[in-house]
Design a protein around this ligand. Structure first.
Ligand SMILES: [Zn+2]
Length: 235
């Protein structure tokens, strides 16, 4: 096999390796993206639970306030029988009337809190169902991703093994293999570039006719611009 043909074959293996490895690199990101998604979904639930707790506290506070105010009204009503003058009596009655009106506003407020609590409990329970359902889906997706990681790891091991065997058999000159490896590393996993229509397909720079004819003679030449090893389609 001509050297360039062997390099093309090696590049085929390396291109596959490159694809599989970049696939593999994506998986942990997908797994943690799903973690974040679940966390985001639970954060909505946490917020609702916190809101409910706040409303429950406010409700309790207003209940206690109402109790105190009602006791005050009772005391004032008892005082009505003890006042000495009409003036005092009507002043006290006025005060009681005002306190009762305030209390009924407070009762309305308490009812509003109760309604708010009902509404929030309902939302919490709906949200819990949603979170637990999407948690289930997300765990399944993550399990699937972990399986994919396993099989991609196997593919990498297979390809690396295939690569090693091929290199052993191909009998590259050490400097050629070294050159290839260096370009592969520096040029995003593509060490070779096809020359077509008079240009390097790796960087689209025009290739001089002199170089074209040398390539056709099977000489190993790198692109002046992107440094990839050039090849022409075999006729
Ligand atoms: Zn080039």
């Amino acid at each position: 096999m001509k050297e360039i043909e062997s390099l093309k074959k090696l590049q085929e293996i390396d291109s596959q390796l490159h694809r599989v490895k970049s696939d593999l690199n994506e998986k942990p990101l997908e797994i943690s993206r799903l973690d974040a998604e679940l966390q985001e979904k639970s954060s909505g639930l946490n917020q609702l639970e916190e809101e409910l707790k706040q409303v429950q506290l406010q409700h309790k506070e207003k209940e206690l306030e109402l109790q105190t105010r009602e006791e005050t009204v009772k005391k004032q009503q008892a005082q009505l029988f003890q006042v000495k003058s009409n003036k005092e009596y009507s002043a006290l009655q006025l005060e009681i009337g005002k306190a009762k009106a305030d209390n009924s506003l407070l009762e309305e407020k308490i009812i509003e809190f109760l309604e708010e609590m009902d509404r929030l409990r309902q939302s919490v329970s709906e949200e819990q169902k949603k979170v637990s359902a999407s948690g289930e889906v997300i765990r399944q997706q993550q399990a699937k991703l972990k399986q994919e990681v396993e099989s991609l790891n196997k593919e990498v091991a297979d390809l690396e093994n295939q690569r090693k065997i091929f290199i052993d058999q191909a009998g590259f000159k050490p400097e050629v293999l070294e050159l290839y490896e260096r370009i592969l590393k520096n040029r995003g996993g593509m060490a070779l570039a096809l020359v077509k229509d008079g240009a390097c397909k790796g960087c689209f720079l025009a290739v001089r006719p002199q170089i074209m004819s040398e390539l056709k003679m099977g000489k190993l030449i790198t692109c002046e611009n992107c440094s990839r090893i050039l090849y022409v389609e075999s006729e």
